[in-house]
Design a protein around this ligand. Sequence first.
Ligand SMILES: [Zn+2]
Ligand SMILES: [Zn+2]
Length: 375
Amino acid sequence: MQGRVAVLKAYGGEFELREYPVPDPEPGAILIRLSRAGVCGSDLHIWRGEMKEIYGPLPRDLTFGHEMCGRVARLGTGVSVDSSGQPLHEGDRVAFVYFFPCGRCPVCLRGEMGSCPRKGRANRVAGTPPYFNNAYGDYYYLRPGAAVFRIPDEISDDIATPANCALAQVLYGLTRAGLRQGDTAVIQGAGGLGLNAVAVARDMGADRVIVLDRVAARLELARAFGADHALSLVDLATPERRIEAVMDLTEGFGADVVADFVGYPEVVPEGLRMLRGGGCYLEVGSIAPGNVFSYDATALVRGNARLVATSNYSPWALAQALAFVRRNLGRFPFERLVSHVFPLARITEAFQQADWMQRGGDGLRISRAALSMTD
Ligand SMILES: [Zn+2]
Ligand SMILES: [Zn+2]
């Protein structure tokens, strides 16, 4: 049996679909037949060549993708339950963690598994056994010991796909930032991460959620995801005006938590100035190397500011992410987060469209692209 894997030969270029033999899972592993994969902001950074420091000046048969879900195709011996203890059978739909904390180093033992220095990462050179190491393919080989959770029946594949990246990370980040019931949260950026952050902040009991973005349709969606105030960068053209707007909405004190989901460093100093004394700034957006910002450290000290940065998450956050979605299915329009679904064979087009959308190209049908392996 063979399965397809999408391979990138040139940054910003076309993908090529290659076929590789579908492996049998070793003891403890799970072979997953993928149904959906998301095109995440970080995947766009990789595709555009903005992660050359990591993947090299030329992509060498690069295969990637990390947001995904699918059905159990084969269980390795010894696997009979998911990470919540629910029975697991062939055909069950699952979401899973795409990086592999060691679970036994001092960092993991402190409960910060997303920061594990011995964390295993996906091999991104196409043709490396067991071949299905990333999301853009027909299968995924889940290594022994990886966290895996059954997807509740009520949650569709489209809605479940971003759970193992965007949603789990946002939930983990806001938890680490210490967001509490009654707080005011400012969310910088209403892309996939930011919209999830608005809804998670609401679910965590934030009293006021303020969101900032440039695109009107994203701001409208942010309101549907529970934002009380959606501030437009078009109307408020300078950082000064945006900071003033946040101060006006918080009786002059600033927000308890300000979170960056934009990914460009100039938003950081602006967001820091929106914090109340003792508030927490959560940095998530910057993932491409070289996002340098400048800020007066004395202002941080005088403001008793806390800074929290979050990449990846501890696996509990994925279980919580699925529970969050199930709890809020009727409340937030999760189905609107993915706006375009392409068959895997049209992955190049999916990236071109997603790139265009991310740069604000489509005023109405914004948000995210996803790939279907079953169409
Ligand atoms: Zn992602
Ligand atoms: Zn570790």
